[in-house]
Design a protein around this ligand. Structure first.
Ligand SMILES: Cc1cc2nc3c(=O)[nH]c(=O)nc-3n(C[C@H](O)[C@H](O)[C@H](O)COP(=O)(O)OP(=O)(O)OC[C@H]3O[C@@H](n4cnc5c(N)ncnc54)[C@H](O)[C@@H]3O)c2cc1C
Length: 267
């Protein structure tokens, strides 16, 4: 296991927010992770860092970035480690004619993060093809969840409440013609993504923002820009800090009368 002190997390979150941690742990095996969690059960978990809003300071953080990244195929089933990059999984399925994840082409982050967030695009969600997952509970037990136990909903899985750590997932992906049109559509959409730093969608029920688009766009300030192509995405102009993002989130919540659910995770 690698351990670093006084570590800057600026490059470990896609929002590029400044953040520093006293001690960051990088377990390299699932067993190291298990032993670590028995010592510090409530520690925040960072994976790809593409849907998180980091505070400016942490005492401890565990990064999953050095855990194994294996994909094992047994007939129509794929056993995938949590630290496999989601795009690597998608590439594997396309190369092996295992249909069902094409619509997620270009999704940043890891498989563990994607399952926790039930990441997706349109009708396509990672949960559509999940069979089961194996987790480490915060009291150090190994647990298996079948798909129906995970209570998937829009950008939600029960892991957000249990706080378990996903170790591996099994996907059920039959051999079937790959939907190339879907990949092409996803590529076009992803290319339109801004070059600014961001953390993907901010609110789960972002459709509620639409009638207030003009007012929301006006919120942009010296640090944060509301993206005009998708007002649910906030862009870091370069020097934004945690509080600047919270300020803009509060302003949006004041404009939109409907209660908004945060998608982005404040670690
Ligand atoms: C440019 C851009 C485009 C995006 N587009 C989309 C999109 O189209 N659709 C969409 O749904 N999302 C999108 N996102 C958001 C994000 O990419 C996804 O939610 C992604 O799946 C998060 O994975 P991650 O590994 O980065 O998780 P992180 O951001 O590191 O973590 C997210 C949450 O999951 C938890 N977590 C991570 N791994 C585990 C694990 N193994 N076990 C338990 N908990 C874990 C973390 O503690 C945190 O609470 C986008 C983000 C960006 C920056």
């Amino acid at each position: 296991m690698k351990i670093y002190n006084n570590y800057h997390l600026n490059d470990l979150n896609s929002f590029k927010l400044p953040s520093i941690v006293d001690t960051i742990y990088y377990p390299e095996t699932f067993n190291e992770l298990k032993v670590l969690i028995s010592d510090i059960p409530d520690v925040p978990i960072l994976a790809g860092g593409t849907n998180v809003l980091l505070k400016e300071y942490y005492e401890e953080i565990v990064s999953l970035d050095l855990l194994p990244q294996n994909i094992t195929r047994i007939y129509d089933y794929l056993c995938v480690d949590c630290n496999v990059k989601t795009q690597k999984l998608i590439n594997y399925t396309i190369q092996n004619s295992l249909a069902g994840l094409e619509g997620l082409w270009g999704l940043p982050g890891t498989v563990g993060g994607a399952i926790t967030m039930n990441a997706g695009s349109g009708e396509d969600c990672i949960s559509n093809k999940i069979y089961s997952i194996t987790t480490l509970t915060r009291d150090g037990k190994i647990k298996i969840y079948q798909k129906e136990d995970l209570k998937f909903n829009r950008r939600y899985s029960i892991i957000q409440d249990t706080n378990d750590i996903i170790l591996q997932a099994v996907f059920n992906l039959p051999v079937k013609k790959i939907n190339k049109e879907k990949i092409q559509q996803a590529k076009v959409w992803r290319q339109s993504f801004a070059s600014f730093a961001s953390a993907g969608g901010v609110f789960t029920n972002w459709h509620a923002l639409k009638p207030y688009k003009e007012n929301i766009l006006e919120i942009s300030n010296d640090y944060i820009k509301v993206w005009d192509k998708h007002i649910n995405v906030l862009l870091n102009k370069g020097n934004a800090r945690h509080d600047d993002v919270i300020h803009v989130i509060n302003q949006i919540q004041e404009i939109v009368p409907e209660p908004l659910q945060l998608e982005i995770k404040i670690l």
